[in-house]
Design a protein around this ligand. Structure first.
Ligand code: ATP
Ligand code: MG
Length: 416
């Protein structure tokens, strides 16, 4: 079970070797061990050691202390960053997210401070040996997510673990052990105290992954989605009538492809029934970037234009197609139609029309510019923009195709 050459895993192995030759205990720890045992490629590798951060920094001059409080040092090797953390036990938690203090401790304490049994394993890559103080191997074999120790206690320490449980269960196709699940159901309202940024980071992973339908279903079953983004996701019955396993949201999520998707599309799939204003509220509550918010709002706002085999003007279609998120919009349309059993007619109609448009004709340079209009004696003002827009729409609609035609049209519009 050794990491492949030229990988993040090899870099971690080199770090382990160096710490060991310096007389320290050093092991691979946590998620990477879980993933290696499951034959999955770990996202990142963590090393746990009895060496204190200062010693780690001496041994690896290019290392950076990233979590002084937690004794975490980031070591850069062969182009990969590996977190090297000193064995520790976490003190009491009073903010529902972080320990007030940590003390350096033993290997066993370091295993027990971790969240779930499957995340509490160590691997000694030099002896090719898994070290299990928490029953993680049995739970891996049984495909079960279980907290290390009392679930009420562990979720009360750090409420974010509730979302981590869902993310892991969905991603790995595991079930959440009944006592662990039961604690989540009871403690779900505590999500409120977690920052929107942290919630979004977990939610984004849940929703963009191919296993998003299973993830959402768990969020619903465990009552967590009521408390995401301080309840905004369900406020004003935005999602409330759809919080059933057979909801439109669930059907849309199920209809998405089994590959990662764009976060804007993921959110639009959740929010497209609620309208633009509500979508904006949710994006704001989740403190998303302006760029992501705009993309979500555009998707939610544009979908109704395509939902029916409507008389959408060619110009409107081209304006939609010119947006960078057009492929996402087409996908949103597809899954929305599947969810409402209206597939495939409107989808095929839109695709047929879009395919018939040459890419150069989607957003052609305007036949007439603002300068041209000003040169014709058009004074500045609201009418100026309206006329330019009308002429450009006529161009997109192929009503006019030459500059002469555009000039004539401008003249007529200025007179009227
Ligand atoms: P991923 O594959 O998404 O990286 P992971 O389990 O490796 O999942 P990380 O955030 O990389 O998650 O954390 C590495 C390890 O640190 C975890 O496997 C777990 O042992 C421990 N850990 C992370 N977050 C927590 C937490 N909130 N509470 C307790 N232990 C945690
Ligand atoms: Mg990890």
């Amino acid at each position: 079970m050794n990491p492949k050459p030229h990988t993040a895993g090899q870099a971690a192995l080199q770090i382990v070797k160096k710490l060991r030759s310096d007389g320290h205990v050093a092991l691979l720890a946590g998620g990477c061990v879980r993933d290696m045992l499951l034959d999955r490629t770990p996202k990142d590798y963590d090393v746990a050691t009895d060496a204190k951060p200062a010693r780690v920094q001496e041994l690896f001059p290019r290392a950076r202390l990233v979590g002084a409080k937690f004794g975490v040092v980031l070591v850069r090797k062969s182009g990969f960053d590996t977190e090297v953390a000193t064995f520790r036990s976490d003190g009491p938690y009073s903010d529902g997210r972080h320990p007030d203090a940590v003390t350096f401790g033993t290997e066993i304490e370091d295993a027990r401070r971790r969240d779930f049994t499957i995340n509490g394993l160590f691997f000694d890559p030099l002896d090719d040996r898994v070290i299990d103080y928490v029953g993680g191997r049995d739970d891996l074999a049984a495909a079960v997510i279980r907290t290390i120790g009392d679930p009420d206690h562990r979720f009360s320490e750090d409420h974010l673990r509730m979302l981590r449980a869902v993310r892991l269960a969905a991603r790995l196709g595991f079930t959440i052990e009944p006592q662990t699940a039961n604690a989540i159901e009871r403690l779900a309202p505590n999500l409120k105290v977690i920052s929107a940024e942290r919630i979004w980071r977990e939610l984004e992973e849940i929703l963009t992954a191919p296993t998003r339908a299973a993830g959402w279903s768990l969020l619903v079953q465990l009552g967590l989605c009521d408390h995401l983004a301080t309840g905004l996701l369900v406020r004003e019955s935005l999602l409330a009538p759809t919080l059933r396993p057979d909801s439109a949201i669930q059907r849309r999520l199920t209809a998405l492809p089994a590959s990662p998707i764009d976060p804007a599309l993921a959110l639009a799939v959740l929010l497209c029934d609620g309208g633009v204003a509500a979508a904006k509220d949710v994006c704001r509550a989740l403190r998303l970037s302006n760029r992501l918010t705009q993309a979500v709002v555009w998707l939610v706002g544009s979908l109704p234009m395509l939902r029916t085999e409507s008389d959408l003007e060619l110009a409107d279609l081209k304006i939609l197609m010119a947006e960078p998120n057009w492929p996402q919009l087409v996908e949103l349309l597809r899954v929305d139609l599947i969810a409402t059993a209206a597939y495939p007619a409107p989808y095929e109609y839109v695709c047929r029309r879009a395919e018939a448009i040459d890419s150069a004709d989607v957003a052609p340079p305007p036949l007439l510019s603002g300068d041209d209009l000003a040169a014709m004696g058009m004074p500045p003002g609201p009418r100026f923009g309206e006329i330019l827009n009308t002429i450009y729409r006529a161009q997109l609609n192929t009503k006019i195709t030459t500059r002469d035609e555009a000039n004539i049209m401008a003249g007529e519009l200025m007179m009227s």
